[in-house]
Design a protein around this ligand. Sequence first.
Ligand SMILES: Nc1ncnc2c1ncn2[C@@H]1O[C@H](COP(=O)(O)OP(=O)(O)OP(=O)(O)O)[C@@H](O)[C@H]1O
Ligand SMILES: O=C(O)C1=C[C@@H](O)[C@@H](O)[C@H](O)C1
Ligand SMILES: [Mg+2]
Length: 170
Amino acid sequence: MALIVLVGPMGAGKTTVGTLLAKKLRLPFKDSDAEIEARTGADIPWIFDVEGEQGFRDRETQVLKDLLAMPEGVIATGGGIVMREENRVLLKPVQVVYLRASLNEQLRRTANDRKRPLLQTENPRAVLERLMTIRDPLYRDIATQIIETDGANSRSIATKLARQYGDQAL
Ligand SMILES: Nc1ncnc2c1ncn2[C@@H]1O[C@H](COP(=O)(O)OP(=O)(O)OP(=O)(O)O)[C@@H](O)[C@H]1O
Ligand SMILES: O=C(O)C1=C[C@@H](O)[C@@H](O)[C@H](O)C1
Ligand SMILES: [Mg+2]
């Protein structure tokens, strides 16, 4: 039985790697951002606009609680999941993989879409840098494993994790 949670900054590849990993392990895949959008019937930029970041974080905590009740599966979280202590307490007993990426790589991977409200600014690099300073110790605190994703494609990362967690399940 395996419940694996992926954390890390925007553009680290949580959604991409999580989808591949779940397929390989034949486990259900859930993405907290997608789940929030499905429940709200609106996309993340809309939620930030109308309810503010606070409203989004309230929804995120509720979704996290519900997803962690699954007996097994792969869960990709949003980049800001560690901002609330309540979320960190929920994640502490779980297998948590921290996917890391350099600022350059995060910028490159997030440059072409506008679905991340926090990056719709003149200087997304400065935002990512500030968020990383605050969040890196928080990700590290709850992580059971850290993976550097620069220069590694998402498929090879998923394969490595699937071997590890597949073996563990035997
Ligand atoms: N290891 C990788 N190497 C190169 N590109 C990658 C890698 N992982 C993901 N990507 C690409 O980066 C982009 C962002 O990936 P993804 O949406 O999975 O990030 P995320 O961690 O889920 O971000 P968010 O926190 O905003 O949900 C996608 O276009 C994806 O194809
Ligand atoms: O890093 C963040 O705070 C966020 C990351 C995304 O996954 C979304 O959860 C949202 O855009 C906020
Ligand atoms: Mg994602």
